[in-house]
Design a protein around this ligand. Structure first.
Ligand code: GRF
Length: 220
């Protein structure tokens, strides 16, 4: 049996869908044991339920302290003994204790060419800056928000008619839905690890993120 995968979401769940499909068709050698949302109304939850995946809600609004939410989420997560925790549009910042507990097992996808535009409204910021390129990055999660070791980064060239919505859609469709399943597949296979804070891919320490050129045929 493959790695035990838990996916954390807050919203629409397009990355969740792509990961679920890749697990189903065995491109990712993992068992998707649970989807956890911090919002009861996340669209992705309905998808997961319909797909027959176990779901849980740990609602941040039920907690006044951030640390109490983290502790409750960690406790839920622990019961699933995950080998991989994939944050897929999970919109809460996790505290140091939480991150330390799941360090090396936890990946995130962020819609920017990190280290540019950590945080929110990345597409708007790239447009406002007049950037020539934009993209998305998969990285290990460390206490620094969107700052952990990078795994794979995809980029696209901005087009004159890109507005925020169109750009978000292009980054999602052309990049995110490809690089995230690929990164999780590598991790499930044991080809991707975090060693002393650095991403290691097939025994090679990555000084910079892999690129779309490294996508395997099944993920292009
Ligand atoms: C994605 O752009 C992801 O990179 C970001 O939030 C968005 C979530 O979209 N962190 P979805 O829930 O996967 O549809």
């Amino acid at each position: 049996m493959g790695a035990r995968l838990v996916i954390l979401i807050s919203g629409r769940g397009r990355n969740l869908r792509a990961l679920t499909e890749a697990v189903r068709d065995r491109r990712i050698d993992a068992e998707l044991v649970c989807v956890i949302s911090n919002r009861a109304d996340a669209e992705g939850l309905a998808y997961a339920r319909a797909a027959g995946i176990a779901t849980e809600v740990v609602a941040h609004i039920d907690f006044t302290e951030r640390s109490a939410f983290d502790a409750a989420l960690a406790a839920r997560l622990r019961t699933y003994a995950p080998d991989i925790v994939a944050l897929a549009g999970f919109m809460r910042v996790l505290g140091d204790d939480f991150v330390r507990e799941f360090a090396g097992r936890m990946l995130n996808i962020h819609p920017s060419l990190l280290p540019k535009y950590a945080g929110l409204q990345t597409h708007r910021r790239a447009l406002a800056a007049g950037d020539a390129e934009h993209g998305a990055t998969v990285h290990f999660v460390t206490p620094e928000v969107d700052g952990g070791a990078q795994v794979i980064q995809g980029r696209l060239t901005l087009q004159p008619d890109d507005d925020e919505a169109r750009l978000a859609e292009r980054v999602m469709g052309e990049i995110e839905l490809k690089i995230y399943p690929q990164a999780v597949a590598w991790m499930a296979r044991g080809d991707l690890r975090l060693v002393d804070g650095a991403a290691v891919y097939k025994s090679r320490r990555l000084d910079q993120a892999l690129t779309m050129a490294q996508l395997e045929e099944a993920f292009r």
